[in-house]
Write a protein that binds this ligand. Structure first.
Ligand code: ADP
Ligand code: X15
Length: 396
């Protein structure tokens, strides 16, 4: 793997694509800085070498050019704090100001460019736009794993302008290495825990995992499509009616492959999608009309936890319930604790997906698992076996 360890950045300007697409509250405070802290080792290595750093990223999905809400200037104070030095900012990612500020950067200095997606050329993968960006640095580094599944100007197209000077940053290398531990040579028993809202988001991954895992645990909102497929009453729980046949075929495939497929036995149900709702526990398939399942029940949490605790490799993608609400976080927390226990006993555990990572952070358990990925869609696509454009561009 071509990583930044293979060169010295002394006297060079490194143009680094990072994924600083972080959540901001209404006052532009960063509510989760995981993606920023994850990029620090790369930035620090380059500065330590005697290089200068030019950071480029997107923030959100702006549709109409420059918008206050999506300005990357909001992350400058926190980035400066994290690095312990003032970070410069260019109000445009290309053009005179960016060119001048990049040129004038001294060794050890850091410049952040304005949101790349203020230009529609970024998402279009425009070659001319990529070329303009490429002029800002001597060496291109891609450390934006969260955006590696996008063939955008800054994540993929730009690499052609650095045929001899393109490298993976440390975050990208760590993400790929950890994903590899799951995909190839996972110690057994290997358990995948799938949850979250929709089956349709994760079909390809589930199918791929059926080739590899010993246990497949399905919880969260997607479990109700399986419960419905089995003929049960699910009340007003989340369901994808057009995926019922698919759910049945996944159950059959698991059987054919000898995979132990575990679905919820009981559920925490509520009479409204609210933390103030009345709650009860119902067996799977026996949810009252007008009630909905918002978490796995206690019997299920115990069963899932036992399987997880006995595992040697664990992949967890998607919460077991609506963990954002206090009343429905118990199941997700129980699973997090089981993953932590297994990890303490020597298992390798990888947590992927924005909401699963947020859940683990909420429970203050980030250090109790082996690795929390910064990738949502990117990790899913990589696990599904797709070649990520951001990875391909450096490798070829
Ligand atoms: N039973 C449920 N009903 C409705 N929503 C659910 C249920 N269980 C989980 N969710 C929701 O699913 C969302 C996460 O789904 P998803 O985006 O697929 O996960 P991830 O980002 O970890 O891949 C969370 O916002 C959570 O509240
Ligand atoms: O947040 C991101 O992806 P994710 O929501 O899959 O975790 C990345 O920054 C990519 O953003 P995009 O999905 O707007 O291309």
């Amino acid at each position: 793997m071509k990583t930044i360890d293979q060169i010295s950045f002394n006297g060079k300007r490194a143009l680094i694509r990072v994924d600083f697409n972080v959540p901001l509250d209404e006052n532009y405070n960063i509510t989760d800085d995981n993606r920023m802290t994850a990029a620090l080792p790369t930035i620090k290595k380059i500065l330590k070498d005697g290089g200068a750093v030019i950071l480029m990223s997107h923030l959100g999905r702006p549709k109409d050019g420059p918008t206050e809400k999506y300005s990357l200037k909001h992350v400058v104070p926190h980035l400066s704090d994290l690095l312990g030095q003032q970070v410069e900012f260019a109000n445009d990612c290309i053009g005179e100001e960016a060119v001048t500020k990049a040129k004038e950067l001294e060794k050890g200095e850091v410049l952040l460019l304005e949101n790349l997606r203020f230009y529609k050329e970024e998402e279009k993968g425009d070659v001319g736009f990529a070329e303009k960006l490429s002029k800002l640095g001597d060496i291109y580094v891609n450390d934006a794993f969260g955006t590696a599944h996008r063939a955008h100007a800054s994540t993929a197209i730009i690499a052609q302008f650095f045929p001899e000077a393109k490298f993976f940053g440390y975050l990208m290398a760590a993400e790929l290495n950890n994903a590899e531990k799951i995909l190839n040579g996972a110690a057994k028993p290997f358990t995948a825990i799938m949850g979250g809202s929709k089956v349709s988001d994760k079909i390809l991954l589930i199918e791929k995992l059926l080739e590899k895992v010993d246990n497949l645990i399905i919880g969260g909102g997607m479990a109700y499509t399986f419960a419905k497929a089995n003929g049960g009453n699910i009340g007003t729980s989340l369901v994808e009616l057009d995926k019922i046949d698919l759910a049945l075929s996944l159950v059959q495939k698991a059987k054919d492959k000898g995979v132990n497929l575990l679905l919820p036995l009981d559920n925490v149900i509520a009479d409204a999608f609210s933390n103030d709702a009345n709650t009860d526990v119902a067996k799977t398939g026996e949810i009252k009309d007008d009630w909905m399942g918002l978490d796995i029940g206690p019997e299920t949490a115990a069963l899932f936890s036992k399987v997880v605790e006995e595992s040697k490799t664990i992949l967890w993608n998607g919460p077991m319930g609506v963990f954002e609400m206090e009343k429905f976080l118990v199941g997700t927390k129980a699973i997090a604790e089981a993953v932590a226990k297994a990890t303490d006993n020597g298992a390798f555990s990888l947590i992927g997906g924005g909401d699963s990572a947020a859940a683990v952070a909420k429970f203050d358990m980030v250090d109790d698992v082996s690795y929390v990925s910064t990738g949502g869609g990117a990790l899913l696509e990589y696990m599904e076996g797709k070649e990520l454009p951001g990875v391909k561009a450096i490798n070829e």
